[in-house]
Design a protein around this ligand. Structure first.
Ligand code: ZN
Length: 561
């Protein structure tokens, strides 16, 4: 017997074999059983979810010699003819190759006569949205006043492209994308019956690549089995289908939860080496985090786009991180979405987004510390808060007086005592020596101006510890050893973008320099209050401000006794 491709071989022959379209199947079964037959149906949905298969099953159900039957017998001559595509009364037409108006006229002409043998004449018109305007008009006449024996079943992947005049005369059934778990289970069954040896992980990757389409997924299973001479290994599945294993996302999320920067850097490098599109990866990761959030809220596992195994593993990670922090992580990641999408250096933007998220656990530790939940002694010293101990006298630490301003905009703290910034302000920290009318707004305008030409550069400027414009010089403060900006600004195009933005924001003579965050100088002996701007340079202080949405009013030396 000649080899038959699996997708064709496993095409459903009756309603019970249709995967993932329970609502449609139930409605159609009932319609046939109760003989409430519409004259026109529209089946819409992505490719490979069973639209034309269900159309044929419906045609069989209507015409089965032992029917009309909610489930065709698949045994009588009529059923067999329809399955074989040789029935005179079930006409299957692909609109893509049949779009001319003359062809449609010829078809509608022939439909005026009753069925040759069967109960109904059934016309299955696939990809109906591809008919020309005139062809639709020719079709409309008979759809408007169909003879009793005639049933139209239109199928389309784009129901929005079907004219309203046709749509309004159809009973529409939307075919769903088949859920990942269901698809993986179905593939498992097919593989077993076809004696293909394949692991669960590979099955999931294939199901994922099928993207909700049963036909595509089975075709992929077929290809991989041919490639591996009847067996499929996980490595081949990953390599050939390029499926990004959800385990990678789980590793990233675990690393974010643990503040593990190294793992994040390793994974982003690997993703880049493997040639993944960072925008795609970021989008998928957001969905994955959302799933984690749902798991924290006790979501129904059946409804998640993952296998039960993965849901269990992710559930454990999500629980360890905790709902509140997951929510913060997602919120932070969402803020980076546009930067990742638009950036010329999307891989870098992705890495920054993940690394920023990985800083959250530390911020939460500070939050707990300030709330008094955690004994001071249990916390490692926070180096940035400690000035170098002067040689001669006892160390003094600046103390931050934090005041939560109820009026503060959520999400983004007003870092200046002066006017609050807008929520969408991309700059995390903006300070100024104060020789401009509204320094924070000016810095935000500056970053926006850079972003118009150089998205990645703007993203990284937003990630700088602070921007301070004073006496004609913009100081860009970066963490010690962070050479990224410096290296990028060695490139003429970036430098030019920066200088143009400087000129546009302040004046053409304005200059810039990169400064590394320094450990603060020791307090002068009697300095009771230090200018708040200096404190803004400190990333830990900024972190605290970001959590509480407060502002720094004054900085006082701490009295150790
Ligand atoms: Zn039959």
């Amino acid at each position: 017997m000649a080899y038959q491709v699996l997708a064709r071989k496993w095409r459903p022959q009756d309603f019970s074999e249709v995967i993932g379209q329970e609502a449609v199947v139930t409605a159609l079964r009932n319609a046939v059983a109760e003989q409430r037959i519409a004259h026109a149906y529209l089946f819409s949905g992505i490719r490979g979810v069973g639209k034309t298969s269900v159309a044929r099953i419906l045609a069989k159900g209507l015409n089965c010699e032992r029917g009309p039957a909610a489930e065709p017998c698949n045994d009588c001559d009529t059923c067999r003819e329809i399955t074989a595509g040789s029935s005179f009364d079930v006409i299957e037409v692909d609109a893509a190759t049949y779009s001319k108006v003359e062809q449609v006229r010829e078809l509608t002409e022939s439909l005026k006569y009753g069925p040759a043998h069967a109960r109904f004449k059934v016309v299955i018109l696939d990809e109906i949205h591809r008919l020309s305007r005139q062809a639709f008009d020719a079709l409309l006449k008979i759809v408007e006043e169909p003879p009793d024996h005639l049933v139209f079943i239109f199928a389309t992947t784009e129901s929005s492209a079907v004219p309203a005049t046709i749509l309004s005369r159809c009973q529409e059934f939307r075919f769903r994308r088949v859920a990942l778990d269901q698809l993986a289970q179905h593939l498992e069954m097919v593989a077993k019956r076809e004696e293909i040896s394949v692991g669960r992980s590979a099955l999931r990757i294939i199901a994922q690549a099928g993207d909700g389409s049963v036909r595509d997924a089975i075709a992929l299973l077929d290809q991989l089995a041919t490639f591996g001479s009847g067996s499929i290994d996980d490595g081949d599945a990953v390599r050939l289908l390029g499926g990004l294993d959800q385990r990678v996302f789980r590793d990233v999320l675990t690393a974010i939860g643990a503040g593990d920067r190294k793992t994040i850097a390793d994974i982003t490098m690997r993703i880049e080496e493997q040639g993944w599109d960072p925008r795609f990866v970021f989008g998928e990761f957001l969905s994955y985090c959302r799933m984690a959030l749902h798991l924290c809220l006790g979501a129904d596992l059946e409804r998640l786009e993952t296998t039960r195994e993965e849901a269990d593993a992710l559930g454990a990670v999500a629980k360890a991180i905790g709902y509140e922090q997951l929510l913060r992580t997602l919120n932070l990641l969402l803020q980076s979405e546009m930067a990742v999408r638009r950036s010329e250096s999307a891989a870098l933007a992705l890495e920054i987004a993940w690394l920023r998220a990985a800083e959250l656990p530390k911020l939460v530790a500070i939050e707990a510390l300030l709330a008094g939940n955690s004994p001071l002694s249990a916390q490692p010293p926070v180096p940035e808060l400690q000035p170098k101990p002067p040689a001669s006298h006892a160390p003094k630490r600046p103390k931050v007086i934090n005041k939560t301003t109820p009026a503060a905009a959520p999400g983004r703290p007003p870092l200046e005592a002066a006017p609050s910034q807008s929520d969408s302000d991309p700059a995390p920290s903006i300070g100024s020596g104060g020789d401009s009318d509204d320094p924070s707004e000016a810095c935000a305008r500056f970053i926006a101006a850079v972003g118009r030409n150089r998205q990645a550069l703007a993203a990284h400027l937003s990630g700088a510890n602070s921007l301070t414009y004073s006496a004609g010089v913009l100081r860009i403060s970066v963490p010690p050893g962070d050479n990224w900006l410096r290296e990028r600004l060695d490139r003429a195009a970036n430098r030019q973008a920066l200088e143009e933005a400087l000129a546009a924001t302040w004046n053409p003579d304005a200059s810039w320099k990169i400064v590394e965050d320094e450990v603060p100088e020791p307090e002068p002996k009697n300095a009771a209050v230090r200018a708040p701007q200096e404190t803004h340079m400190n990333p830990r202080v900024q972190a605290v401000l970001e959590i509480f949405g407060g502002s720094v009013e004054a900085v006082e030396p701490r009295n150790e006794t």
